[in-house]
Design a protein around this ligand. Structure first.
Ligand SMILES: [Zn+2]
Length: 130
């Protein structure tokens, strides 16, 4: 199993902790927005406004869900740093390239394994990347 130097791991941990804080702030703002919509809707004068508000709330809800998924991914990545398994491909246990981790700190697979996972998922539909 590939090992990273501790200082490199701590650098990634630092990035992940910052990402977690940013996503946490986004989530707080999104929840505040939703609460405000809830209050505004109380005074909504016509059906059009109300429909637009419902749409906005749906968009906000989708964003919150996306951020929650991201937050879980970041938390798992931090746990992997702490368990010494960060940057190790979950499929082949090879090292994930630093360049790949910098581009996507939440990557859990090396490029080769990710590509084979994606090709399995994408076989049914035409891909513009081919
Ligand atoms: Zn791999």
């Amino acid at each position: 199993m590939a090992q990273r130097t501790n200082s490199r791991l701590q650098e990634f941990r630092h990035i992940l902790v910052m990402m977690r804080r940013l996503v946490g702030e986004d989530l707080r703002h999104l929840r505040q927005d939703i609460q405000q919509f809830g209050q505004l809707r109380h005074d909504a004068s016509d059906a059009v406004d109300e429909a637009q508000d419902m749409e906005s709330i749906e968009t906000l809800t989708a964003l919150i869900e996306q951020n929650n998924v991201r937050l879980r991914g970041i938390t798992h990545a931090i746990e992997r740093v702490d368990h010494g398994t960060y940057g190790v491909c979950i499929d082949c246990t090879g090292a994930i390239a630093d360049k790949r981790l910098i581009a996507n700190p939440l990557a859990t697979r090396c490029r080769d394994c990710q590509e084979s996972v994606e090709s399995v998922h994408q076989q049914a539909r035409p891909s513009v990347y081919r």
